[in-house]
Write a protein of this length. Structure first.
Length: 195
């Protein structure tokens, strides 16, 4: 099935295809970051000639990897999978986006949910600051959640029901599993689920 809606996808940075089919690239040197196991079919240059020895032809890329297309690729096919995003190789790898911040019901943990898999943050607990009603609470540990798109901050003192909770994070050391640095977080309000 030809995916006509994606014929110009490379012109839209960060677009996320969700179907298999033919993909057209109108700017060379794009990469594909797979969010699921994705299998590529044949690759073609601008003249429509098959690139027989393209390294990703017929290969599968898992959700923890990136496929680099190279200068000569003008179009290719995805035969299975396909959820992911394109971006120019010359640009900085897309940074993770913080989707939500909330406490657990015990109030002793702040959970940060991102839009992509994160690297182990356990060495960087001091990069996070949590306050409850303007009183700073020490972050005693930072760990990946069961869902590796989440970072769980363990608090030295549990927050109480109704307290206004804020979280902040320094820039530079917390990254995705592929090394893209997370932006600084400045006084992000945390949904307080403590009961």
């Amino acid at each position: 099935m030809t995916n006509d809606a994606l014929n110009q996808i490379a012109a839209a940075y960060g677009s996320i295809p969700t179907e298999t089919g033919a993909q057209t690239i109108d700017i060379p040197s794009y990469a594909f970051e797979a969010f699921e196991d994705t299998t590529f079919g044949l690759f073609y240059n601008a003249a429509g000639e098959e690139l027989i020895f393209h390294p990703w032809a017929g290969k599968s890329v898992l959700d923890t990897k990136i496929a680099w297309f190279g200068q000569n690729v003008a179009s290719f096919a995805i035969t299975a999978g396909g959820a992911g995003q394109y971006y120019p190789v010359s640009s900085e790898m897309p940074r993770p986006v913080l989707l939500s911040a909330e406490t657990n019901t015990a109030g002793d943990m702040v959970i940060l949910a991102f839009d992509r898999e994160m690297a182990d943050p356990s060495s960087f607990a001091t990069d996070f600051t949590v306050t409850a009603d303007d009183v700073e609470i020490t972050v005693s540990a930072a760990n990946l959640g069961t869902d590796t798109k989440a970072i769980e901050l363990t608090l030295s003192i549990a927050v109480l029901t109704g307290e206004v909770v804020l979280v902040a994070m320094n820039y530079g050391r917390v990254t995705t599993s592929r090394g893209a640095k997370a932006d600084i977080i400045t006084e992000q309000e945390v949904t307080n689920n403590a009961v």
